[in-house]
Ligand binder design. Structure first.
Ligand code: C2O
Ligand code: CU
Length: 488
């Protein structure tokens, strides 16, 4: 009996902890990094910039001679990089050529709720949708991905994700690396597993954080290297993985400078050797490269205070070699980075009219699972609020709010570190952590169309770790919203 109990205990521990994954030193970087093409657009007489996105099925050769069934926008996997400037009106004509309904959400974008592409703006198989809005926010690295309720993880994992870059005159005037694909390079990081030629999307080993792959790819390239021609290279990092948290750094420990967070430039470059991104978060960094050298962008294990991965999943070994940078034999000189980047326009919270509290659990937010027909919170257009987000759930979560870029006020009562002082739409919240954020809701008001807030670990989101809020005009009594009944 004792032996049997021991076997069960060992088996359970093994199942629950999962296999250790580390690709450090084990990756042969032999594939030139793919850079997503800039999307074509046309400009109409009234100045509206029009893009076409077609969601489609296809096959992708991640390894020569092996075809993996994938989904993509305007291609077999991932999507083109959309790019627009502050003040521009944009329209995206979305066509759904998938065998099932989906949606396209503009993650990080301030826009009317009906254009948001969340679970209330589904595009049926064979159908189309053409949201339009005016860009009213600073230069930033945003992204787009499907948001069908209950199926976001699988749609993103099959390959539906792309970048949406915004420009503004202030950032254009700064001496930053800005030649797309040359010294300003998108780095879309996803973890994957293969089962023969196919993606393996299984939640192996009872990993209830969701899917954790055993290797990484960048922009859909496995084992990628990129040749750098300039002294300074800007990397626009997006964690487009569904559950994995990365702590980026370089194999030789070199320092780099973070210049932007989710929703735009920091006030000043922040020098560091580590940068953590949870799913959905972005950061822009600038790295100095020497002629002829090779260095590897690596994800280090989370630090010991964030012991979830260390204790349960990684044993300290959850570390990945992500991409190799190769300096060309001679490099073009780059301008020095400016001392200051952009003045913050984030709410300070001093004018907060209301506080709200959110208890984050995998079983739901504030004890409730997502219900498409229920509006959880109503906010007033033109006001600032302070939200308190608490995770005591014994597993990592993060928190993403649609429509806004918020300020992180404090983390367990302490001022946020520099990387979290810029514009944020998603914030990592490990267990045992309380984060306070200040958000300003600019509207427009729409009592019948909610925005979402949710954990961006996509399995959690799909399982119902999501809620809805509407923006109402000031002075209006709260109307009963007219939402469709939940379908699932
Ligand atoms: Cu990136 Cu509600 O999602
Ligand atoms: Cu979560």
């Amino acid at each position: 009996v004792a032996t049997f109990a021991l076997v069960i205990a060992v088996l359970f521990t093994w199942l629950y902890t999962g296999a250790k994954v580390s690709t450090v030193g084990a990756v042969d970087f032999h594939n030139a990094l793919a850079v997503p093409p800039l999307a074509q657009s046309t400009v109409e007489a009234d100045g509206t910039r029009v893009f076409d996105l077609r969601m489609q099925t296809g096959e992708t050769e991640f390894t020569p001679g092996t075809k993996t069934p994938t989904w993509g926008f305007n291609g077999s996997h991932l999507g083109p990089t959309l790019r627009a400037a502050k003040g521009e009106k944009v329209r995206v004509k979305v066509a759904n050529a998938l065998p099932e309904a989906s949606s396209v959400h503009w993650h990080g974008m301030h826009l009317p709720a009906a254009m948001d592409g969340g679970p209330h703006q589904m595009v049926p198989a064979g159908g189309s949708w053409a949201p339009e809005w005016t860009v009213e926010q600073p230069a930033s690295t945003l992204w787009y991905h499907p948001h069908p309720h209950g199926a976001t993880e699988s749609h993103v994992q099959r390959g539906l994700a792309g970048l949406f870059l915004l420009d503004d005159p202030q950032s254009a005037a700064l001496p930053l690396p800005k030649t797309y694909g040359v010294d300003d390079i998108p780095v879309i990081v996803q973890d994957v597993s293969f089962d023969g030629a196919k993606f393996d999307h299984g939640h192996k080993l009872m990993r209830n954080v969701g899917f954790l792959g055993d290797r990484t790819m960048v922009n859909g390239t496995l084992d990628p290297y990129v040749t750098v021609q300039d002294e300074l290279v800007r990397l626009r990092l997006l964690n487009a993985s569904t559950a994995r948290v990365y702590t980026f750094g370089f194999d030789d420990g070199r320092e780099f400078r973070q210049i932007a967070s989710d929703g735009g430039l920091l006030e000043a470059p922040h020098t560091t050797d580590r940068l953590r991104l949870s799913p959905g978060e972005r950061a822009e960094i600038v790295v100095r490269i020497r002629p002829g050298e090779r260095t590897v962008l690596r994800s280090h294990p989370l630090d010991a205070s964030l012991d979830f991965w260390n204790q349960r999943f990684g044993g300290g070994d959850d570390s990945f070699d992500v991409m190799q940078l190769r300096g060309a034999p001679t490099l073009r000189p780059s301008a020095e980075l400016p001392q200051t980047l952009a003045a913050s326009t984030l709410p300070t919270g001093e004018d907060s009219v209301r506080g709200r509290f959110f208890e984050l659990k995998m079983s739901g937010i504030n004890g409730r699972k997502m219900d498409m027909s229920r509006v959880d919170e109503t906010v007033t257009r033109g006001t600032t609020e302070t939200w308190t987000l608490r995770n005591n759930d014994g597993m990592p979560h993060n928190f993403h709010v649609h429509d806004v870029q918020f300020r992180v006020l404090d983390i367990n009562g302490a001022a946020p570190p520099p990387p979290l002082r810029g514009p944020k739409d998603t914030v990592f919240i490990p267990s045992g952590t309380t984060v306070r954020i200040a958000l300003r809701f600019e509207g427009p008001a729409d009592p019948n169309t909610p925005y979402m807030y949710h954990c961006h670990l996509l399995y959690h989101e799909d399982e119902g770790m999501m809620g809805q809020f509407t923006v109402l005009d000031p002075g209006r009594p709260t109307p009963a919203p007219n939402l469709p009944p939940t379908s699932g």
